[in-house]
Design a protein around this ligand. Structure first.
Ligand code: MTE
Ligand code: MO
Length: 195
């Protein structure tokens, strides 16, 4: 991966402040995950629903992504190295129906977040279980989280356990609570009355 040649200021979206530590932020409690029973469900507008085990994920090509993360609560953290499986590699396994245009990621405990399917095809969008050379801590989403660097960090689901393909967009947890449907940090799409 080539080093980012922009200055830290150039990499910081409007209204954001850089932090060196990594804050933990979520609604509700950290779920208890029994790794032996862990499964990942793929459903919705797909030709075949899938139930993946951790071993299924481990067999997929492994990638590292270096990226900056931007939380809507105004902190940004530069140069995170996440490791896992790119969404576009996982999508090779899925027979998505042509009408699918959006995805809802579901997390243990019932939290969810919606994104356009097209955004998942970016080269740096991944399912991650490692960060800066170590396993993610449970607080940061182990055993699996999504990382979508180009959107505000609430679009990156911790403890993700299902992916639902949808023909129409539908608001997830924070999106129902006034957050923007898309959440581009460079356009400061923090809140919205669009729904
Ligand atoms: N399952 C789940 N994922 C979640 C959230 C949550 O409440 N539950 N919060 C989101 C928000 S608002 C942010 S800013 C990031 C924070 O991730 P971090 O705690 O690893 O910094 O997780 C996102 N993913
Ligand atoms: Mo957030």
């Amino acid at each position: 991966m080539a080093a980012d040649e922009r200055t830290p200021a150039e990499r910081t979206p409007p209204g954001q402040i850089l932090t060196r530590d990594w804050p933990v932020l979520h609604y509700g409690n950290v779920p208890k995950v029994n790794i032996a029973n862990w499964r990942f469900q793929i459903y919705g507008v797909v030709a075949d629903e899938l139930m993946l085990t951790r071993e299924d994920f481990m067999k997929l090509p492994r990638s590292k992504v270096r990226c900056d993360i931007h939380c809507v609560t105004h902190w940004s953290r530069l140069d995170n190295e996440f490791e896992g499986v790119l969404l576009k590699d996982l999508l090779q396994l899925v027979k998505v129906k042509p009408e699918a245009r959006y995805v809802m990621f579901h997390a243990a405990g019932g939290w969810n977040t919606n994104l356009p399917l097209a955004d998942l095809m970016h080269d740096d969008v991944l399912f991650a279980w490692r960060w800066n050379g170590q396993d993610l801590s449970v607080e940061h989403g182990w055993p699996m989280r999504t990382v979508v660097p180009h959107l505000y960090f609430w679009k990156s689901a911790k403890w993700v356990n299902a992916m639902e393909f949808m023909a129409e967009d539908r608001p997830g947890f924070w999106e129902q609570n006034g957050y923007h449907p898309y959440g581009d940090p460079w356009r400061e799409q923090r809140f919205s009355d669009e729904w």
